[in-house]
Ligand binder design. Structure first.
Ligand SMILES: [Zn+2]
Length: 390
């Protein structure tokens, strides 16, 4: 076992390709990873293994050793990918690894016309699916990938909603489970590794699909270092699999307007990661509040069947007492507040929401953006405006 390299070893593919296991050895410590698919088989992929090993290798200052040749397009991007992470995480003292020199010969192979999209049942997932419904043929649902619980009853309920939504558009669902997330979060937080996590899983299906969609939650206007990113995601592509970061052109309100035209979306929308036996969305957490406020602003909250309650000032107050949002989460709110304030009846809700968004540490850009949205309401809503004043 070499101290100099992260090694991917003991790759086992069983159950007609639906069970993939291997060891990733980092600094002599063995991490056993598994991937289980209910239907479609996995394609062992050197690129997938490199993506999974990339951040651990950079953090531990090791190279990557894996069997198999590497796609030339992917190999050419590795230098830039490393530069992005080094630039994003200047205090981590990340080290570059040597690029693999076993480059795959370009095969003369016909590209599949099937497209796979990550799908959790959330707003970004539905937006990407509806926008690209011709190219997307299959939906990838990764169980236990969010902060989802392991309670089988709740998992079954969530899965049923995923299938019900997919059926409406005649899409196939590929359900998988994996322990990739707990492995990668030993090295970096989820917000840094989640794009790499998804891209690596996409590559495990590269034998079947030629495009892999990663729905994004941020817009081109709010880009910050974030694991799934329009700059980074396409760099995970190979000559045979296009990794697509999708949806950065639309903000929450634009996405909600688009998807809420479809009743099946309002019957299956799931944005919440909290455990709930009864409802898909708890209605109390930040993600729920954010979505409910957006739905209310476009007058669709009553039509959405997956929230159990009305948006109340009390539940928002509970959320902000003692809490301030990070800049990246706060960036979702300016346009929601802007839409919500168009109706004076929403004044109290707007005031409470502005309290959860208010954060002295907000970036200057975000503070400006909030102020611009609120400026026209300076006289109508002076209390809210005052919060964001210099
Ligand atoms: Zn919730």
């Amino acid at each position: 076992m070499s101290e100099k390299s992260v090694e991917i070893k003991n790759i086992i593919l069983t159950e007609e390709g639906r069970n993939l296991e291997f060891d990733v050895i980092v600094k002599s410590k063995i991490h056993h990873l598994y991937f289980r698919s209910k239907s479609n088989p996995f394609t062992p992929s050197t690129e997938a293994y490199i993506i999974m090993a990339l951040l651990p290798a950079m953090k531990s200052g090791q190279d990557i050793v894996t069997e198999g040749d590497v796609d030339s397009r992917f190999n050419n991007s590795l230098k830039t990918i490393q530069s992005i992470f080094i630039n994003w995480l200047p205090h981590q003292q990340l080290r570059r690894f040597s690029l693999p020199n076993n480059i795959k010969q370009i095969e003369n192979k016909t590209l599949s016309d099937r497209g796979l999209a990550c799908f959790s049942g959330g707003l970004d997932s539905f937006y990407t699916l509806l926008k690209n419904k011709t190219q997307i043929t299959d939906l990838l649902f990764i169980k236990g990938f969010g902060k989802d619980n392991e309670d089988p009853k709740i998992t079954t309920k969530i899965t049923n909603h995923i299938h019900s939504a997919a059926m409406e558009l005649d899409k196939n669902v590929i359900e998988i489970s994996t322990n990739l997330r707990p492995f990668l979060t030993k090295f970096f937080p989820s917000k840094i590794i989640h794009g790499a996590m998804l891209a690596s899983i996409g590559h495990l299906f590269s034998g079947t699909f030629s495009s892999f969609f990663i729905p994004t939650s941020t817009t081109y206007n709010d880009l910050t270092p974030w694991g799934s990113h329009p700059l980074l995601d396409p760099l995970w592509s190979t000559n045979f699999l296009e990794v697509i970061n999708d949806g950065s052109e639309a903000d929450r309100i634009q996405k909600l307007r688009m998807v809420s035209e479809f009743e099946f979306v309002l019957n299956n929308l799931r944005v919440c990661n909290n455990k709930s036996d009864l409802w898909l969305n708890c209605g109390e957490c930040e993600k729920c509040i954010r979505t409910m406020a957006g739905l209310l602003a476009i007058d669709k909250l009553d039509n959405c069947k997956t929230f159990n309650n009305k948006l109340s000032t009390e539940s928002i107050r509970r959320l902000h007492s003692g809490n301030v949002l990070s800049s990246s989460v706060a960036s979702f709110y300016p346009n929601i507040l802007y839409e919500l304030e168009k109706n004076e009846a929403n004044y109290d809700l707007c005031y409470e929401i502005s309290q959860i968004v208010y954060n002295r540490n907000l970036s200057e850009k975000l503070r400006d953006s909030l102020k611009n949205y609120l400026r026209r309401y300076k006289y109508r809503f002076p209390k809210i405006y005052k919060l964001f004043r210099e």
